[in-house]
Design a binder for this molecule. Structure first.
Ligand SMILES: [Zn+2]
Length: 260
């Protein structure tokens, strides 16, 4: 078999398996529980899940979307996370072939996308961006930057990312008396700055606040909860970060084209 196809399929399977572990992270990290022990268990009856009932996506299908023991329905989030993780890992390898690129680049891309996807799901469910993920993310981003030779840009990115949002939140609080952003958002922007350098920040802030404002207003109108409804901002930051990570070159090219 073609090596490129083989690596892509291998990473699809690894992604599916990791997605199963990511489900444990999404459920346990915001609850402050250990992600290693005990092993996977039903969130309803807490019966340990046997390995043959823990096969990504397939188990969910053959168990009829229910727990084998208590018949409690298994949320669609579980197979969806496994499937998307497999798809994302496979597409990263497919578009950035291991053999022609530095494997460290592959590790950087996969860890960034994986962290952002887990953070997005946690934020949507709990409105939290746990330090247990953003802090290691910042360290990881700095380490990759040191390897690729842009440590200073990365460090400035982390500090500025945190600082800018901290300042915006301060001003928002002073002028409106309300908390606008969560502390988790500061740390997520710091993580994105660490991974990509400070140069990524203007684009990420602009795109995330724009899409956040538009989609947020639509959600508020549709949900009819009024302005008190909480809107997670993390997913917009994560999406803008991924777009910049993979497509900053064409974006900059397009931007320069406008003024030339
Ligand atoms: Zn159960």
């Amino acid at each position: 078999m073609d090596i490129h196809l083989f690596s892509t399929l291998s990473f699809a399977i690894l992604g599916l398996l990791f997605g199963s572990f990511a489900n444990v992270c999404v459920h346990r990290i915001p609850r402050g529980e250990s992600i290693v022990s005990p092993g996977s268990q039903c969130p309803n009856c807490h019966t340990a899940i046997a390995w043959y009932d823990n096969i990504p996506v397939l188990s969910w299908l053959y168990l009829g979307r229910k727990c084998r023991h208590c018949s409690h329905p298994i949320a669609w989030r579980y197979p969806l996370l496994e499937l998307t993780m497999g798809l994302m890992w496979a597409s990263i390898v497919w578009f950035y072939p291991v053999q022609s690129y530095d494997p460290i680049f592959l590790a950087q891309a996969i860890s960034l996308v994986t962290l952002l996807w887990i953070l997005t799901l946690i934020d949507l469910e709990t409105f939290l961006l746990p330090n247990a993920l953003t802090f290691p993310g910042i360290v990881l981003g700095l380490a990759f930057a040191a390897y690729f030779g842009f440590f200073l840009d990365s460090l400035i990115g982390a500090v500025a990312g945190y600082g800018i949002f901290w300042l915006v939140a301060r001003l928002f609080l002073i002028f409106t008396g309300k908390e606008g952003m969560g502390q988790g958002d500061f740390k997520l922007l710091a993580m994105l700055g660490a991974f990509m350098g400070w140069q990524a920040l203007p684009f990420i802030i602009l795109l995330s606040s724009l899409t956040g404002a538009i989609i947020g207003s639509i959600t508020l109108i549709l949900s009819k909860k009024g302005m008190r409804a909480e809107i997670p901002y993390g997913p917009y930051l994560a999406a803008a970060g991924v777009i910049w990570f993979f497509w900053s070159a064409p974006i900059l090219h397009w931007y320069q084209g406008i003024f030339m």
